[in-house]
Write a protein that binds this ligand. Sequence first.
Ligand code: FE2
Ligand code: FE2
Length: 242
Amino acid sequence: MSTQSATMGRNRTGIATSKQAAERMIEGTAEFPPDLPGDERSISDVRELFAKEAEPLGTLPPPPTVGGMVSTAVNALKGARPTQFVDKLGERLGFERTGVRLYQALISKFVTFGGFPGGPQLADLEQNMREEHQHLQLLTDVLTRLGSDPTVMTPSADLHATMTKGVLEVMVDARTTFVQCLEALLLAELADNDCWESLIEMARKTGEESVVEAFEEALAEEADHLEDVRAWLAAAQHREAE
Ligand SMILES: [Fe+2]
Ligand SMILES: [Fe+2]
């Protein structure tokens, strides 16, 4: 199935499916009240307690070879917040790697279900996938030049990996259609565009013009991806593209 329309089936999730069962369920709440009195405050208390005792989401390792860092890179970081910049570079690197995987899974859906009028061709998806991969390589190069290990899972990379889990799950779910996967991709491309913009702001503070220019090129490609996905979804839903 390559269109957006949902099919009618035996969906029994709504309370209106059975008026009698719904009434019995409501009666049950009176028959089985909670063991202890209280409200959502106690849930908050537990959350607060755990939050105060928890370790941070992750840390950044010191650069592996401080002595080996090229002097331009050291100077470049003077004007910036080095740990924040490295954290965010690692975040984008992880996201772009996931981006390649997202497009690979999307291509499988395309091959399975085929396209639709106004939707992408296989070559469009492959081009976007290649660009995600180039962005991953660009970030690997920049982190290496800064003396950082590009294989490190930074705290922000960890955060974004968790946030993207749902998108990836949609893509690899055997039941989802090509168009449903495009909806998931929209979420990823929206976040990616915003995050590249912030990364460029941080890169500007380093004074490394070549890095800023390369990042701006990546953002321009990401803006194209976003425009593509919006247009494809509009076509799938028989809407005018924005
Ligand atoms: Fe990307
Ligand atoms: Fe993208």
